[in-house]
Design a protein around this ligand. Sequence first.
Ligand SMILES: [Cu+2]
Length: 138
Amino acid sequence: MVLDGGDLGDLNRAELRGQIAGMAQLVMMGKMWAINGVVGYRMDMPPQFTFRRGETAVLQFRNHSAWPHPMHMHGHHFEVLSHSGQPHRTGLRLDTVLLGPGDEAKVAFVADNPGDWMFHCHILGHAEAGMTAVVKVV
Ligand SMILES: [Cu+2]
């Protein structure tokens, strides 16, 4: 999952509602963040990831922006496997992992809660401006 956008980032264009828009155009619509090049808007958007119930999911995050993002997942708790290239096994189940500029992290969870779950930056201005995705468990 590549997190990108904002001032000083390298996001030049992104997909919003199935259309590719340039950064200036996105900003005019109040959007400036993307996950995997897709600008999120709200729960009725198509899921970026779909997992089967009971499957173990591993997600890797890369923050390509110049800003920190506390990435928060609804519906499940995950364990951080590595952070900033270092093993990070604490045994704790979390719902948020903080990624500083340039950081990466890998998390794992068991997809045991069916539904469409919001995954978003917990800086709510970032979430509203596009750093939102849906993770589906079927
Ligand atoms: Cu953010």
